[in-house]
Ligand binder design. Sequence first.
Ligand code: TMP
Length: 216
Amino acid sequence: MENVKTDQKGQLITLEGPDGAGKTSILEKLASLLEAAGYEVVTTREPGGVTISESIRKIILDVENTSMDNKTELLLYIAARRQHWVERVLPALAAGKLVLVDRFIDSSVAYQGYGRGLSVNDITWLNAYAIDDTKPQLTLLFDVPSEVGLARIESADVREVNRLDLEKLDMHKRVRQGYLDLAKADPDRIKLVNANQDLETVVATAFDLVQANLAK
Ligand code: TMP
């Protein structure tokens, strides 16, 4: 897989991590710092970012859709990715923007591959198909221990842990492992950031990594 094609002037940077890593707040603050440093930044997210992909997001995340098959789930994420790629990411890159995306191809490998147990080879191929055999210039992986991530999400919960909570922890651990394996396999692109620190420190680390990458 190639980096985003050289005829694109812009840069694609993706933010990844297990639920509870704080990605969304990090993205907002990181974007402000980059704008203040003079970059033209576009922020967006997956699944979503454009009307069709936001509609797909609603279907995927609807708590009523308990019967959704794992492969259906994967294909919906991929469909949302393709539409978002064509309608939002490519035009922004062509206009020379710095595009920051909250979740991207690595989420499919971590969640649908390691989390749901689908074939990582199939997912890698589908990702490549959706984004025309390219990959981001830089991926920031915000890592937190699974217990910390889940506690952040469920901090209001004071009841006893039930079977579903245990399944969630197990899934969460597999997703985290998936991310760590991806980072090990592609250390040039994927940079690990310890997100189990205060937000300002995490954002400052992310900012330094982006600046170092843009200076390359
Ligand atoms: P968000 O909460 O970060 O917006 O993401 C929504 C959920 O979708 C989150 O639990 C991660 C999941 N997800 C996948 O399982 N596969 C994917 O390809 C993407 C983009 C997200």
